[in-house]
Design a protein around this ligand. Structure first.
Ligand code: UDP
Length: 324
């Protein structure tokens, strides 16, 4: 059985779908602070929090868990600057509870890390050996766990894979699940909210970055491609190996380019306003996924940004038909 912590959230729920379709049994733990119970359509669900050490001990005793995947974290860079305490408690302290609880029983761990561990890149595309100098408490909290994993895995004899996601986007092509944050802070769903008239305009955070059109460039990677990398990482752990991988498409798109592509796909007018820079935002983040391609034999299937946004748009319309 695979224990998916945070499996009611955006990325965790897509991983749960994919693993379940591949025939794995899954157990989901989520405190539903960000996730949605409606997203747990596969496997067994326990509502609970990583703060609860007694619950964790009971879970590892009761269930035959073969591997742990850990998605439960706070992920908003801006919020992490305003309230670092919550980030260190949720992302670091609670993860330690999980690692301590699994120590005796489980030897395989997959960690949701982030390109925010790199900070302002010195070179593009970013490879895994690029120095890690995070510029936000969020990025630092994830790097702390990567460092802890290195020490723990050596001392307590387990293997782990840390996956540094670039910008997760898109949705399950069958539209059973997708992106749903409240409040929404991510660029693509915010633009799609403007397209359906739920929001008057889209703020562009910073227009004088050192990029061709002055707006930030990001590497958008489809959530199903991320899910597939977790499946492949699980197979790697079966070979008794620990690794860190970037997961991105290797292409960068500016905020303005994403807005234009959303206009094209939705056929709607999208009003924009130029706003101040958002603290903690590096100008360009583009990842090299060569290592994942080579070792995991992983290939993104949704390499075209239009395909990514198409699936996001299908899901976004469905979600808003059902929840408005
Ligand atoms: N962004 C923006 N307006 C918004 C939300 C985001 O201009 O309403 C920009 C943000 O500054 C960043 C990019 O879009 O450069 C992607 O932001 P998002 O929050 O989606 O992901 P992040 O890069 O923070 O993980």
């Amino acid at each position: 059985m695979i224990f998916i912590v945070g499996g009611a959230g955006y990325i965790g729920s897509h991983v749960n779908k994919l693993l379940s379709n591949e025939g794995y049994k899954t157990l989901i733990l989520d405190n539903l602070s960000k996730g949605h119970e409606e997203f747990v359509k596969w496997g067994k669900f326990i509502k609970g929090d990583l703060k609860d050490k007694r619950l964790l001990a009971r879970i590892f005793k009761e269930y035959d868990i073969n591997a742990v995947m850990h998605f439960a974290a706070l992920t908003d860079v801006r919020e992490s600057i305003q309230d670092p305490g919550s980030y260190y408690k949720n992302n670091v302290k609670n993860t330690l509870n999980l690692l301590d609880a699994m120590r005796e029983n489980v030897k395989k761990f997959i960690f949701s890390s982030t390109c925010a561990v790199y900070g302002n890149p010195l070179e593009i595309p970013i490879t895994e050996d690029h120095p890690c100098n995070p510029i936000s408490p969020y990025g630092r909290s994830k790097l702390m766990i990567e460092n802890i994993l290195e020490d723990y895995s050596r001392a307590y004899d387990f293997n782990y894979v840390s996956l540094r996601y670039f910008n997760a986007a898109g949705a399950d092509p069958q539209t059973e699940i997708g992106e749903w944050h409240e409040p929404e802070t991510h660029l693509i769903p915010i633009i799609l909210d403007a397209a359906i008239g739920k929001r008057e305009n889209v703020q562009i955070f910073g227009t004088d970055y050192p990029t061709p059109d002055g707006t930030c460039i990001r590497d958008y990677i489809h959530v199903m491609d991320l899910a597939n990398a977790h499946y492949k990482a699980l197979r790697l752990l079966e070979e008794d190996k620990s690794e860190i991988f970037n997961l991105g498409n290797g292409n960068g798109f500016s905020v303005k380019e994403i807005i234009e592509t959303c206009k094209e796909i939705t056929g709607e007018k999208i009003h924009t306003i130029e706003s101040k820079k958002r603290p903690g935002d590096p100008p360009i983040l583009i990842g090299s996924s060569k290592k994942a391609k080579r070792i995991l034999r992983w290939r993104p299937e949704f390499a075209d940004i239009k395909d990514i946004i198409e699936t996001a748009w299908e899901w976004h319309q469905k979600l808003n038909r059902e929840t408005i």
